[in-house]
Design a protein around this ligand. Structure first.
Ligand code: ME8
Length: 521
């Protein structure tokens, strides 16, 4: 390949270390992992960042509740997120912790720049704060329940009155609106864009950017009674990891502005309002896009620790399998919408789309090749219209799914690939290669060759979503490691007749309900 690979910088939120990771955290990072893997296979130089958000009052309080100092506490919980990334087979290039020295430097450099530009002033904050949301709320945003004032998210709020530095956010409203209008793809999906724009159009107050009532944060340069507001600290992680301010100028130049910040809808405002405003005020380009996805519920109920229905990603993968879990999470719901996790929905997808559709296709084609073609790639004769139709669909699939990936429509990507799988299963039934063995063995070989090529395309294209299973499929086609990138799709690197193939084995087991003990007849 000649020339430089285009850079692609993609991030997850950095997760609070107040608790152990659950399905929601696994979900966002999974979506980013699939995009990162896709872009690498598609020839991009990818930087995929995830990590943990370790400062602030919420984490401080969680450490205190456990009776340990915050640093020891964050060391422990941050490790859980690192372990989850390995367990879920995420391909992150870095894992940032906001308690690292490199990050403290980046936060202080951004702060100093904002001060130099006259964007920060000292005042005093008298208003509402929610520790659970780590967010300041205006009186008019609060809701009342049972005579109690609550944040719009339902989180408790407390009255805070303390000296504070402020960022002149109120002066950035018009420029933000202009920015959204000039960059219509900056915030997606559209429903989130509308919410963000109406929030900004409603008028904004200056943003309190420091706290004095606790110590667990990045000290404000020159005034160490203050620690930075945890969101200013947290958002800066996206710059730290690519070498801001001067740790790695080449890296910064290459990857900034970020191509995509993937977040949940709960934190759209921080990423789509505060972050671009802070960056523009500091003379730094805002990220290219923020995608705020929907929320998972469990069997129809909000996931919450107090209800006790938190879904543990380790339980899911133990019960259903890793790739099955990865598949389900991105297949079940149009990305951007809210989704419900249910055992039945998981089993249906697993058995019909993985075991039946893709699993059976591979199994029956590869075992026919094993039996009838001497375990070698069959030889193709002339292609019929039907052969060309299905091969043409396979060859065009990359263009189709690339469009879906670039708009974060993971479910559409899966739909498109599975429509090819469906065509291939119908093609097997129509061509009935088992019956051709005696009557027209050359045609049987052509049919099996076409099918092996379709499986090669499907195997290569599902690598981002189900890396281990895809690898098993491609191993069964004896494809070497260097022949699995997207540049191998199409005819140029097609399977070569006569190459030996290993003995096929099933890739997607069916889910069978365990016998319920004591079940009545
Ligand atoms: O907000 N469904 O961290 P956090 C889907 N530290 N996604 C969910 C979810 C659910 N039920 N629950 C959580 C923070 N998430 C800040 C971020 S970034 C500079 C700082 C996911 O630990 C979703 O991505 O509360 C959501 O935005 C994120 O976890 C919140 O994680």
């Amino acid at each position: 390949m000649t020339g430089q690979k285009p850079p692609f910088y993609i991030t997850t939120p950095i997760y609070y270390v107040n608790d152990k990771p659950h399905i929601g955290h696994a979900y966002t990072t999974l979506a980013v992992d699939v995009m990162a893997r896709f872009k690498r296979l598609d020839g991009f130089d990818v930087m995929f960042l995830t990590g943990t958000d370790e400062h602030g009052q919420k984490v401080d309080a969680s450490a205190a509740a456990k009776g340990i100092d915050p640093q020891t506490f964050t060391d422990q919980v941050s490790q859980n997120f690192r372990d989850l990334a390995v367990h879920m087979n995420y391909s992150n290039d870095d894992f940032i912790r906001t308690t690292e020295e490199r990050h403290k430097k980046a936060c202080q450099a951004l702060w100093n720049t904002l001060v130099e530009k006259g964007e920060i002033y000292l005042g005093s904050y008298d208003g509402w704060y929610s520790v659970r949301d780590e967010a300041f709320y205006a009186e008019k945003e609060l809701i009342e329940k049972d005579g109690q004032k609550l944040a719009p998210t339902g989180a408790p709020v407390e009255w805070v009155s303390e000296p504070s530095y402020f960022f002149k956010l109120s002066e950035w409203g018009d420029r933000l609106i202009q920015f959204y209008e000039d960059n219509p793809d900056f915030i997606a999906p559209n429903s989130r864009r509308n919410e963000v724009m109406s929030f900004v159009k409603g008028g904004m107050h200056d943003l309190s950017v420091s706290r004095t009532s606790f110590k667990w944060g990045v000290p404000v340069p020159g005034d160490e009674k203050h620690v930075m507001y945890v969101w200013v600290d947290a958002l800066t992680n996206y710059l730290t990891a690519v070498g801001y301010p001067d740790a790695n100028p080449e890296m910064l130049e290459k990857y900034w502005p970020a191509d995509l910040h993937m977040v949940g809808k709960d934190i759209a405002r921080f990423h789509a309002v505060y972050w671009p405003a802070l960056l523009m005020a500091a003379g730094i380009k805002p990220p290219k896009r923020v995608f705020a996805h929907g929320w998972w519920t469990n069997e129809g109920q909000k996931i919450s620790k107090s209800i006790g229905n938190v879904i543990d990603p380790y339980d899911l993968t133990a019960k259903y399998g890793l790739d099955q879990t990865r598949y389900f999470l991105l297949r079940e719901v149009p990305f951007g919408n809210d989704g419900d996790f249910s055992h039945q929905a998981m089993v249906n997808r697993m058995n019909s789309e993985l075991a039946n559709d893709l699993g059976n296709l591979c199994q029956r084609v590869l075992s026919m090749i094993g039996k009838n073609c001497n375990a070698k790639v069959p030889t193709a004769g002339e292609f019929t219209d039907a052969d060309n139709a299905i091969l043409g669909k396979a060859h065009g699939m990359l263009d189709t799914v690339r469009g879906h990936i670039d708009s974060q429509a993971f479910n559409k990507m899966i739909d498109a690939i599975w429509s090819l799988v469906g065509d291939a299963n119908r093609y097997v039934d129509e061509m009935a290669p088992w019956g051709l063995k005696k009557t027209d063995p050359a045609r049987m070989e052509t049919v099996l060759y076409v099918l092996a090529e379709v499986i090669r395309h499907v195997g290569i294209l599902v690598q981002p979503l189900m890396p281990e299973s895809a690898s098993k499929i491609l191993d069964q086609l004896a494809l070497d490691e260097n022949s699995r990138g997207f540049d191998n799709l199409g005819t140029e690197n097609a399977l070569v007749a006569g190459n030996d193939l290993p003995k096929p084995a099933g890739v997607f087991p069916r889910y069978v309900e365990p016998e319920t003990e004591g079940e009545k007849a």
